[in-house]
Design a protein around this ligand. Structure first.
Ligand code: ZN
Length: 310
């Protein structure tokens, strides 16, 4: 069993409009945009990052907004819901706030003893705010008080078909996730001694396969401290038979990718060097940052990208 994985690093999803996406995460949910860059593999598409003050691993929700993208269809073989932790007693504030912003799908539920508020993002994305103990310092902005502000990720929900359930559970255990409990068709796994975003809930269902589009999670990334830990994880996965990409430089972290038996794209990302490597913390996320290999295309890229008004 691996011991290097801390929990989630970031969650990356697909969106349609960049402005709508930006407004939802900053003005409704009160997160900080910590990086405005482009998809390194398709530099005419933004890559927007939202998180806490510095984009601490375990707090970072990221998006590729494709203008006019068609919406994804929910199903199996995907991350169905991304969960954020909020302080105990914060859900009534959020229930009212989300209603004021006309957010879809607001529904209060509970799972494994935790109250959660489910809702939909602008492209139908599945989110939950979950009340839990959490020592992380929140970014507070746009009228969300400290007593209610999002602390970072709580968990991600994997929705899997029954035929992928056993192999996926085996993979999670190999990655260091241990079974913590179950409710109905959902089993909870957590990394002991991990970061505060160390929970994965796996729901097994007969639903058809998901069709990825706007509102779908593209991949989830798991945090490791450094490149040495990442290489150890990569080698162990490959020794187990997984096809893992070479290490890729994403400027703010180093990444490797592989697919789960259920077809979900997993990434292992380093906590180093971080989002403040090329910007002052005070101005994080304000300027359009381009990786050096695309810097010569800046004028063309700026022309192609939908302007974002903050
Ligand atoms: Zn990623």
């Amino acid at each position: 069993m691996l011991t290097q994985i801390n929990g989630l690093h970031h969650v990356t999803s697909l969106a349609s409009g960049a402005q709508t996406n930006n407004d939802f995460f900053t003005k409704v949910l009160g997160l900080r945009r910590v990086k405005k860059t482009v998809n390194f593999d398709a530099p005419d598409v933004y890559h927007l990052y939202y998180g806490d003050q510095t984009g601490t691993p375990g707090t970072v929700m990221t998006y590729f907004p494709f203008p006019h993208a068609r919406r994804g269809r929910a199903g199996t073989g995907e991350v169905a819901t991304t969960g954020f932790t909020v302080p105990k007693g914060a859900l009534p504030f959020w229930q009212e706030r989300l209603a004021v912003f006309d957010i879809a799908g607001i529904e209060k539920t509970s799972r494994l003893g935790e109250d959660r508020l489910m809702f939909r993002g602008p492209d139908g994305d599945g989110f939950a705010l979950i009340e839990a103990e959490d020592e992380r310092t929140a970014w507070t902005a746009n009228g969300v008080p400290e007593a209610a502000a999002i602390r970072g990720f709580h968990s991600a929900d994997l929705r899997l078909s029954p035929r992928d359930a056993d192999a996926s559970a085996e993979l999670l255990r190999f990655m260091g996730y241990e079974k913590q409990g179950a409710q109905g068709a959902t089993t909870r796994y957590a990394v002991a001694g991990g970061n505060d975003a160390n929970v994965l809930d796996v729901t097994v269902t007969d639903a058809p396969r998901a069709d990825q589009g706007a509102g779908s999670v593209h991949h989830i990334a798991f945090s490791v401290d450094n490149r040495e830990a990442q290489l150890a994880v990569r080698k162990a996965l490959m020794d187990t038979g997984y096809q893992v990409t070479p290490v890729i430089d994403r400027d703010y972290f180093w990444a490797v990718y592989f697919r789960t038996p259920g077809g979900v794209l997993f990434e292992v990302a380093t906590n180093e060097p971080g989002f403040d490597r090329d910007e002052d913390t005070a101005h994080l996320g304000e300027a359009l940052k381009l990786p050096s290999q695309h810097e010569h295309l800046r004028a063309r890229i700026e022309e192609l990208l939908e302007p974002i008004v903050d």
